[in-house]
Design a protein around this ligand. Structure first.
Ligand SMILES: O=C(O)[C@H]1O[C@H](OP(=O)(O)OP(=O)(O)OC[C@H]2O[C@@H](n3ccc(=O)[nH]c3=O)[C@H](O)[C@@H]2O)[C@H](O)[C@@H](O)[C@@H]1O
Length: 317
């Protein structure tokens, strides 16, 4: 027993004294040692590893070159005019065609000079296709809204329409009933709603105030409530879920403009007490709210106009 103990203590000391000639066990720290660089190069050259890596790169790039059709970005329908989802950089090149205020000419979210060429799509590497968006369109049963919904569905997005059918009609959307990418909710935007979405197109508005002459007070109240509460609710939702927000405004926010076309810096020539003021003021309030959310919540705003139709305010979170 004593003998054993002696031997083990001797061994212990020998371990301490004689420097080990064996390679130390693997430790991540050893990588930092300068000797590890030639060692890793050795590793690379051993067993033709480098050759295999190069062959792998060659196969990969050949696949990318030979499969351009797979790397196309865009909707399945090549005729679709929408090239991309709206983003800060490509908002002018995206071409969401909508029909204008006066319902007879086609307008788009793009500027005239940057209209997208139908069928032209961008290219991205294979496997990095455009992510399907979940989109809310308020007032989607209306004239402009229903056309927008069609385009979004054609783009491959999942669309939820919120509409209280104040002026909108189910007939405008009936062709989409049964489409799994489409959902219609009877909802008044003056009431809050929580939905997990990527984009919000806020179109709900009593757009044609035909009754304002007969009951102006009721009309302005309805305009004020929808434009204030409705826009506030939708902006709040955009902020909460980090969605991009688009507000359809109108060139009428300039009143009876003295400048044509109106520049971004122009503030308009507004009559706040005119017969149709309820409409203009409602939209002006909605724009004010959008800008307040921009200043207060740090969302980016793009403001662009197609003179033949409405004025669109885009908010990017
Ligand atoms: O160019 C414009 O100035 C207008 O264009 C479109 O309006 P539009 O499609 O022409 O009008 P409607 O066909 O009446 O569509 C409005 C939709 O909003 C809905 N709505 C209206 C009011 C309301 O409180 N809630 C609501 O969901 C209506 O039911 C309807 O479906 C936009 O929807 C308006 O926001 C925009 O102000």
């Amino acid at each position: 027993m004593k003998q054993l103990h002696k031997q083990s203590s001797m061994n212990h000391r020998r371990d301490e004294e004689t420097p080990s000639t064996q390679t130390p066990p693997y430790s991540p720290k050893s990588l930092k040692h300068p000797k590890s660089i030639p060692r890793s190069i050795n590793y690379l050259f051993k067993e033709q590893r480098l050759l295999f890596i190069l062959i792998g790169i060659l196969i990969g790039s050949t696949f990318f070159i030979l499969q351009p059709s797979l790397s196309r970005l865009g909707p399945t329908d090549a005729r679709s005019p929408i090239r991309r989802s709206f983003s800060k950089d490509n908002i002018v090149s995206s071409d969401v065609s909508v029909v204008s205020d006066n319902h007879d000419s086609s307008a788009s979210f793009s500027s005239g000079t940057n209209r997208a060429v139908y069928g032209k799509v961008g290219r991205v590497p294979v496997g990095i296709g455009r992510r399907r968006m979940r989109v809310v369109v308020t007032g989607g049963a209306g004239f402009v809204g229903s056309h927008l919904v069609d385009k979004l569905i054609a783009r491959g997005d999942e669309v939820i329409v919120l509409d209280n059918f104040f002026t909108g009609r189910k007939d405008n959307l009936v062709h989409l009933f049964g489409n799994p990418m489409f959902e219609l909710i009877r909802h008044d935007v003056v009431e809050p709603i929580l939905l997990e979405v990527d984009q919000i197109y806020h179109l709900a508005c009593p757009a044609s105030p035909v009754h304002y002459k007969y009951n102006p007070v009721k009309t302005i109240i309805s305009f004020a409530i929808t434009n204030v509460m409705g826009t506030l609710n939708m902006l709040g939702l955009a902020k909460r879920v980090g969605a991009r927000f688009l507000l359809t405004s109108t060139s009428e926010v300039y009143g009876d403009p003295l400048q044509h076309p109106q520049k971004e810096t122009y503030w308009g020539n507004v009559n706040p007490i005119g017969e149709r003021s309820c409409y203009d003021e409602g939209k002006r309030t909605a724009e004010t709210l959008a800008m307040d959310y921009h200043r207060g919540a740090g969302v980016e705003v793009s403001r662009f106009i197609d003179p033949s139709s409405g004025l669109f305010v885009l908010l990017l979170p």
